[in-house]
Design a protein around this ligand. Structure first.
Ligand code: NZQ
Ligand code: ZN
Length: 388
């Protein structure tokens, strides 16, 4: 049965090849001082930086910048952004880049006027925001995280070896996001595949929980089917607009809170992946793919009905093909074959994890109990060992 919920998604999306044309009108709604944040240079190479700065100039904005937002943005980088935002009395933050840049913009948005250390308050203690929030808008260049339409912000603290995500409320969601699938064409294949698996895993994290009949699960199945279909086309032809646009649209719906409504959710793969990320700084989607098969195979007996349904409805396994456990296992086999087809990293060693890190990684995993089984620390270590 659907639990009680309130649903609101305040982010306005502009989708399609001409989406950037709407940037000026959106920026006009906010004050003069704009902080432009972006990553390590891909937007300069692609020419997007020039387009965006021309629009900012046309709108008469005073622009300051924080370039060099790294994948898996760090707490030190967050402090730098807070200083720049305060010193320039920033009215608006424009993020141009992938999930890391969007996440970073949201972190600066809530932290710039925070009187305490924002890492302690918003990441370690996960408190609600009670200070001024600087509004954020995004121009997205990579499909994956869903950061363009949610309140999530993940920050890494290398000194304490923790990578923590805070899911902020709808007052922190981007005010708007510009989604032009063509802006994702320049992504290296490795990043495209990582993004695709990130999307898929966001869906499974919300799907593998509960035993009730829930519309959110039917939506999840539709999203997964579309993603599998489009991903196969995109790996063959990264410039296939139809496939890239479907992937971009799926990313937004996979993690904009919709398919979590009225149900429990798991998020264990992400918790493990984040801790792996804190140790290795590896690409987010690959930290998830590396541990997924060991995790889902271990989970299968605890959520057999849902795994069987996944096999039949998502992977087209014949429901009459054998006992439930065999049908369910065949679903996971097909999922693994698809992951290999995409060229995902399927083990932790490839990400730089070594045996001596496993205990520490397990210590950095935030416990979750919304899925079919809450894992003990020993079970997490075992799972990491199997994924090595
Ligand atoms: O920095 P640049 O030069 O822009 O290069 C980036 C980066 O190296 C490159 N890239 C992005 N768009 C490109 C491009 N290169 C060429 N052409 C383009 N169009 O791709 C690399 C990875 O970018 P990044 O933004 O780090 O990737 P992603 O979108 O996967 O974001 C990962 C971050 O998001 C967090 C992750 O933990 C990680 O820190 N997440 C955020 C979530 C949320 N807000 O809800 C949920 C997710 O589960 C995730 O945890
Ligand atoms: Zn993710």
């Amino acid at each position: 049965m659907l639990g009680n919920f309130t649903y609101c998604n305040p982010t306005r999306l502009y989708f399609g090849e001409d989406a950037l044309e709407n940037l000026g009108a959106e920026l006009a709604k906010y004050g003069k001082n704009v902080l432009l944040v972006y990553g390590g240079g891909s937007i300069k190479k692609s020419g997007l930086y020039g387009q965006v700065t021309a629009i900012l100039a046309d709108c008469g904005k005073e622009v300051c910048e924080v370039p060099g937002v790294m994948p898996n943005p760090t707490v030190d980088k967050l402090y730098e952004g807070c200083r720049t935002a305060r010193e320039n009395r920033v009215d608006f933050i424009l993020a141009v880049g992938g999930g890391s840049v969007c996440d970073y913009a949201k972190a600066v948005s809530v932290s710039a006027w925070c009187e305490e250390d924002p890492w302690d308050k918003y990441f370690l203690r996960m408190e609600d925001v009670d200070n001024r929030i600087i509004p954020v808008g995004c121009v997205l260049t990579m499909a994956g995280t869903g950061s363009e339409m949610n309140g999530g912000s993940v920050i890494t603290n290398h000194a304490s070896r923790l990578k923590i995500g805070h899911v902020f409320g709808d007052n922190v969601f981007p005010k708007f996001s510009i989604l032009n699938p063509k802006l994702t064409y320049t992504l290296p294949k490795y990043q495209m595949a990582a993004g695709i698996y990130d999307i898929f895993n966001h869906i499974t994290e919300q799907y593998f929980s509960g035993t009730d009949d829930n519309t959110s699960d039917y939506l999840a199945e539709g999203l997964m089917k579309s993603l599998i279909h489009s991903s196969r086309i995109a790996v063959q032809n990264p410039q296939d607009y139809e496939a890239r646009s479907n992937i971009m649209w799926t990313a937004a719906w996979a993690l904009n809170t919709l398919i979590a409504q009225g149900k429990r959710t798991d998020w264990m793969v992400h918790m493990i992946g984040q801790s792996v990320g804190a140790y290795t700084d590896a690409t987010h989607g690959m930290t998830l793919s590396a541990v997924s098969m060991a995790y889902y195979r271990a989970l299968l007996p605890h959520g057999l009905d849902k795994f069987r349904r996944f096999a039949v409805n998502v992977w087209g396994v014949d429901p009459a093909g054998g006992p439930a456990v065999e049908v369910a296992a065949e679903g996971l086999k097909r999922m693994e074959a698809w992951m290999r087809e995409l060229g995902l990293v399927m083990n932790l060693r490839e990400l730089g994890v070594t045996e001596d890190m496993l205990e520490g990684i397990a210590d950095g995993v935030f416990p979750m109990d919304g899925g079919y089984k809450a894992l003990s620390r020993e079970e997490i270590v075992q799972l990491l060992r199997e994924s090595l």
